[in-house]
Design a binder for this molecule. Structure first.
Ligand code: KG4
Ligand code: ZN
Length: 338
C-alpha cells in the first residue's frame, strides 16, 4: 500500500533518567519538524531531597506519571492519527528506560504503528531543529548533559562520528557534585548558575584549573575540577559571598573548556557549523559565551534539558530513512554508544 500522507505525525517518548517526556511533532519531507504537543514532567523536586537521582525512585515516578500524561496527550491528538512512535532506547537508567520502551512496544503492537529506536545523545542534537530550521551537514555536535560530554561530527542523519568525550565525569555531573559540595541544592546546574549571579565575578579569590584546555585532543575531564573545589572548601569556612564566588569560578572553568574544545573541533575538522545539545546548554553563561561565535545553533532553553520533542524530532528523520524496528526486537540499551 502506498502511503501518500504528506505530513507525518511522530510520537516521541523520553524516559532515560528523571524526566518523563511525551511529545508529538509534525514532519513534512525536506522541512524541519514542528512541535504539536510537548508534555514534560520533571522529578527535580523529588530528587532535590537526596541531592541526586535515585534510580529506583526515578523509575517508579515514571510509571506513576506516564499513563496520566498519555491520557492528556490522547485528548489533544488521537493515537490513530499518529504515524510513527519514537522512543529512547538508551543510554540511561535501565528502570526508567524500560518504562518508556514498554509503553512504546504496547502502543506499536496495539495500534499497528511502526516503532523507531532513538539514541538519547543524538536526540539532544535535534532540539535545535524544532523551530523552523532545517538541519544542514556537515556539522559539529557538542552534547553536554548530566551523563555525557561529547564532541561529534555529524556527516548526515545516519553518520554521527565521535570526535572526543569526557575521560571521567560529565560536565552536568560536575555541576551536580559541586553544587552538593557547596550545599546549593539539586539539580546543580541551575543552583550554581543562581549562586554565580550574585558573585563579584572577579578572579581574585579562587583560581580553578581549566582541565585539558591546552591539550591537542578533543577530550574533556571534569573530576579534577570538582576535587579542586573540594580543596577550597577544606581550607577554611567559606562565607556566603565566597561560596558564590567559588560557584562563579567553577562555572567559568567549565564554560571556558567547552568553548575552547568546540573551537578546536572546528579547527581540526574544518567544519564551522556547530550544534549544541544537552541539559548544560540551559546555562546562561555558556549560551552567552558560545553564542558570540559564528554559526553556532543553540536550542531554546526549554528544549535543552530532556524532553519528548527531541526524541520525536530525531525519530521523524529516522522514519524518512526507513529505520524502523519491530516491537519484538527493540531492546533497552543503558550503555548505548553514539
Ligand atoms: O540532558 P539532561 O536534561 O539529562 C541528561 O541526559 O543527563 O541534563 C541534565 C544535566 C544536569 O546535570 C543538570 O545539572 C544540568 O544538566 N543543567 C545545567 C543547567 N540546567 C541543567 N547545568 C548548568 N546550568 C544550567 N542552567
Ligand atoms: Zn539528556
Amino acid at each position: 500500500m502506498i502511503d501518500n500522507k504528506r505530513k507525518k505525525l511522530v510520537l516521541g517518548i523520553e524516559t532515560s533518567c528523571d524526566e518523563t517526556g511525551l511529545a508529538i511533532v509534525e514532519k513534512e519531507k525536506e522541512k524541519p519538524p514542528k512541535i504539536l504537543v510537548n508534555l514534560i514532567f520533571s522529578q527535580n523536586q523529588i530528587h532535590s531531597q537526596t541531592k541526586g537521582v535515585v534510580p529506583e525512585i526515578a523509575a517508579r515516578e515514571q510509571v506513576a506519571k506516564i499513563f496520566p500524561m498519555l491520557q492528556d496527550l490522547k485528548k489533544k491528538i488521537p493515537f490513530k492519527n499518529i504515524d510513527y512512535i519514537g522512543v529512547t532506547a538508551g543510554p540511561g537508567l535501565i528502570g526508567s528506560l524500560l518504562v518508556g520502551i514498554n509503553l512504546a512496544k504496547t502502543l506499536s503492537y496495539s495500534f499497528k504503528k511502526p516503532l523507531i529506536a532513538v539514541n538519547h545523545l543524538s536526540a539532544h542534537l535535534y532540539s535545535a531543529f524544532l523551530y523552523n530550521r532545517e538541519m544542514e551537514f556537515p556539522a559539529i555536535g557538542l552534547i553536554v548533559s548530566g551523563g555525557h560530554t561529547s564532541l561529534v561530527l555529524m556527516k548526515s542523519h545516519r553518520e554521527i562520528k565521535l570526535l572526543g568525550q569526557t575521560l571521567d565525569d560529565a560536565a552536568g555531573e560536575a555541576f551536580d557534585k559541586v553544587a552538593a559540595l557547596l550545599n546549593l541544592g539539586y539539580p546543580g546546574g541551575p543552583a550554581i548558575e543562581k549562586a554565580a549571579q550574585v558573585a563579584d565575578q572577579k578572579r581574585e579569590l579562587f583560581f580553578l584549573p581549566r582541565p585539558l584546555i591546552d591539550q591537542n585532543n578533543l577530550n574533556f575531564s571534569f573530576s579534577g575540577l570538582k576535587t579542586a573545589v573540594l580543596r577550597e572548601t577544606k581550607k577554611k569556612r567559606l562565607t556566603q559571598q565566597e561560596m558564590s564566588q567559588l560557584a562563579w569560578e567553577f562555572q567559568e572553568a567549565v564554560v571556558e573548556v567547552l568553548v575552547e574544545k568546540l573551537s578546536q573541533a572546528r579547527l581540526k575538522t574544518g567544519v564551522s557549523r556547530a550544534i549544541l545539545g544537552g541539559g548544560v546548554v540551559a546555562n546562561q553563561r555558556l549560551r552567552e559565551k558560545i553564542g558570540r561565535e559564528k554559526e553556532v545553533i543553540i536550542p531554546p532553553l526549554k528544549l535543552s534539558t530532556d524532553n519528548g520533542a527531541m526524541v520525536a524530532a530525531r525519530a521523524s528523520y529516522l522514519a524518512e530513512l526507513g529505520e524502523k524496528i519491530d516491537w519484538r526486537d527493540i531492546k533497552v540499551r543503558p550503555a548505548l554508544p553514539l
